[in-house]
Design a binder for this molecule. Structure first.
Ligand code: PGA
Length: 258
């Protein structure tokens, strides 16, 4: 049984003081949820968020990582540094990094390996642009991003992976994929992982949907068999709405078990 994972991508929002308060506000709202809860503040607020989250069931993740562990790479932050701050997760290959910072599938591959080397769990983002969707290339694009970005892992590493399917046109736009379309792509990604790393790894790795997830629309996504959670941007900046997403996801999964 895969544990549901809801992660908040705070993007370039929140100072360290604001991050500490957000985590403090979130803790009582999510209680002892069976959902795995992750918050991903900017690098500068990671320590504050990790301190505030310590002893709770909220984990902290970074939004990026560099592929070397140390060296002359001005401005970069490495896996051992993130681990030292108390991070457990790391978002890799977010579409904003691909779009604005030239992140390629080859970069993603090196960063995924670096994350595992440091004991961090990567949350690897894939997804098509609107133009690619309109040209009918959604599966082709996701296939390339998965095959090239996730190459060279062990099956054990693959089983720990988190993949986030985020259609680029759904990010920050208020438009979401339909839950059935998201299920189709996410089921396809799971099949690809099965071909690359075997059925066990594919059965264990978790795949999220991302793109304009809100408390009002999370439930039908969580009802899909292959969707194991969500990567949430805008709605994760408010503790009440992020907690409502976590609690609704937990409720849907609880209902499915009965
Ligand atoms: P959004 O962002 O929820 O604001 O659409 C999702 C993301 O960028 O991960």
């Amino acid at each position: 049984m895969r544990r549901t994972i809801i992660a908040g991508n705070w993007k370039m929002y929140k100072t360290s003081g604001e991050a500490r308060r957000l985590v403090e506000d979130l803790k009582p709202l999510v209680g002892a949820s069976e959902v795995e809860i992750v918050v991903c503040p900017p690098f500068t607020a990671l320590a504050a968020a990790a301190n505030a989250a310590s002893g709770s069931n909220i984990s902290v993740g970074a939004q990026d990582i560099f592929w070397e562990d140390e060296g002359p790479y001005t401005g970069e932050v490495s896996g051992p540094m993130l681990k030292d701050l108390g991070c457990r997760f790391c978002i890799i290959g977010h579409s904003e990094r691909r779009q604005y910072f030239g992140e390629t599938d080859a970069n993603v591959r090196k960063k995924v390996r670096a994350a595992f080397r440091s004991g961090l769990i990567p949350i690897v983002c894939v997804g098509e642009t609107l133009a690619e969707r309109e040209e009918g290339k959604t599966l082709e694009v996701c296939r390339r991003q998965v095959e090239e970005g996730l190459e060279g892992l062990t099956s054990e590493e693959a089983s720990k992976l988190v993949v986030a399917y985020e259609p680029v046109w759904a990010i920050g736009t208020g438009r979401t994929a339909t839950p059935r379309d998201a299920q189709e792509v996410i089921g396809f990604i799971r099949e690809l992982i099965s071909k690359m790393y075997g059925e066990d790894a594919a059965r264990q790795c978790r795949i999220q949907y991302g793109g304009s997830v809100k408390p009002e629309n999370i439930a039908p996504f969580m009802e899909q068999p292959d969707i194991d959670g969500a990567l949430v941007g805008g709605a994760s900046l408010d503790p009440v709405s992020f907690a409502a997403i976590v609690n609704t996801a937990a409720e849907v999964k609880r209902r499915q078990k009965i």
